[in-house]
Design a protein around this ligand. Sequence first.
Ligand code: BYC
Ligand code: FE
Ligand code: FE
Length: 471
Amino acid sequence: MSIDLSAKIPNNVDLDRDPRLRRALEAWQPKYVDWWNEMGPVGFANADVYLRTAIDVGAQGWANFGYVKMPEYRWGIFLSNPEADRKIGFGDVADQPAWQDVPGEHRAALRRLIVTQADTEPASVEQQRNLGAIAPSLYDLRNLFQVNVEEGRHLWAMVYLLHRYFGRDGRDEGDELLARRSGSVEKPRILSTFNQPVEDWLDFFMFTMFTDRDGKFQLLSLAESGFDPLARSAQFMLTEEAHHLFVGETGIDRIVQRSAEVARTDPNGEAFRHGAIDLPVIQRYLNLWFSSCLDLFGGEVSSNAATYFANGLKGRPHEARFPNHVEHNEVRTLELAQDDHLVTREVAARLAVNEDTRDAYIQDCDRAVGRWNRTLRNAGVSYELRLPNRRFNRRIGEHSDTFFDPDGQPITAEQFTRSMDQWLPSAADRVAVRALQTRAVTTPGQFASWIAPPLRGIDGRPMDFQYVRFD
Ligand code: BYC
Ligand code: FE
Ligand code: FE
C-alpha cells in the first residue's frame, strides 16, 4: 500500500475514502501541533534539522532525509503491509483469522491497551524537552529530535486506531492524550517511568537504551495481536524504534569509551576531574533506569495479562519462538521473597506472561551491557558494568513490597536506605553530571568532553556535517 504524501495527513490507510474519519483527524491535527509547540523541544522551533521522514513502509522507506523545521514535520499514519490470511498465533483463539475490526467483547480491553501505549509517546517528548540546550554535539542534537518527532508519530499511529475503531470514546481518548502531562500531580501520564524526570544526557541515553527498549518488546507483543490494524501499526513503529535503540546503546557506549580512556590514564583519579563521567555513576544511572523499566512490564502474576493472552489481544515478543502458544495447563516458577529469604512459587503460565516478556527484555539488555564491557576491556580497564537483579528497586509487582540489594537478596529498609547512594544516582552524582553539561556544543564535528564521537555520521554524512542549522 503506497503512502499518500500529498494529503494533509500523509497516510497509507486510504483516509480519502473515509471523509468523516479524515475530518475528525484533521480536527485533532491542530490540537496536536499546539501540544507540540507547548510541550515539545524547547527552543529549536525555527532550526532546520536533518531528519528522515517515512515515504514508504518497505525497506527503502527511510532513504528520505532532508532539512525540516520540527513543527512542520510530516507526521502521518502508516501501517505495515497486510499479511494475506493472517492467523492469530496464540491463546484460546490460536489459528483463527485475525480481526479487521474490534470484536465487541474486547473493545474495552483493546482500548485500554492502545491508550496505555499511546500515552507513553507524548510523555517521552515532554520528558526530553529541555535537553537541546545541553546537547553534546549537533549529531546528538539531531538524533534527539529524530527520536522526538517519531515518538510524536507513534502517538498519531495510536490516535488513528482510536478514531477509526472506537468512535466517540476513541476521540475523547485522543483529546485526553494531549491533556495529560509527564510528572504532573493533577494529570500525570499513565505509567510510572513516563513521569520520571530526564534531566541530563546520561538520563537520555539510559532512557533510549532501556525505556525505548521496553517499547520494542511491548510493540513486539502488540504486533502479535489478533486485532490486525494494531498489529500492523506496531510492526511499522518497530522499524522507527530500531533507531531510538541505536541512539541509546551507542550513546552509552560512547560515554563509557571516554570514561575508560580517562580511567586508563589516571586509574586513581575521578573521571569527572578530567571532563568524563565516573564509571560508578554510569552504573547507578543504569540501575535506576533498568529497574524502573522492569516495572513497565506489569506484575509477575497478572490476570490482566492472562486475559489479554487468552483472548488473542496481546501476545509475547516473537510468539512463534515460544514452544507453546496456548499455555493452558503449564506452570512457571517464580522466585519471591518471604520474610528475609527467597522462596519459589509455581503459578499458571498464563498468569506469568508479563514475566516471559520481561525475560526477553532482560536478555537483550544483557547483550548491550556485554558490548559496553568489551569497550572497557579493549581500553584496558577492569571495571565492569552489570544489570542489577530483576527484584532490585521495584515499585510494581511481587517484589515491590520488599527491599532487595542489586544481587537480588532481600534486605531491610534500613539497609536499603544506607546503601542507596551507592546503588542509585545521588544528588551529588546529578550535580557532577550537570556540571559537564552546561551548554550545547554546536560547532559541526565537535563533541563534549564526556562522550566519544560516533563511528560514522547519519545517512552517510561526515561527522562535521551541519546536522542542525540555526538561523
Ligand atoms: N506504572 O496486571 P498488572 C514505549 C498497573 S514503552 C503504573 O500487573 P498489566 C515508549 C496496571 O495498569 C511501551 N501502573 O499489569 C518507550 C494495572 O492497573 P489496574 C509502553 C502500572 O495489566 C520510550 C495494575 O498496575 N507500552 O512505547 O499486565 C519512549 C496491575 O497491573 C504499571 C505498553 O505498556 C506501571 N509501570 O499491565 C516512548 C503496552 N504497571 O488494572 C514510548 C500497553 C502496571 O489495577 N500496556 N500498572 O488499574 C500494557 O500492555 C499493560 O497495561 C502493562 C502491564 C504493560 C502496563
Ligand atoms: Fe515510541
Ligand atoms: Fe522510541
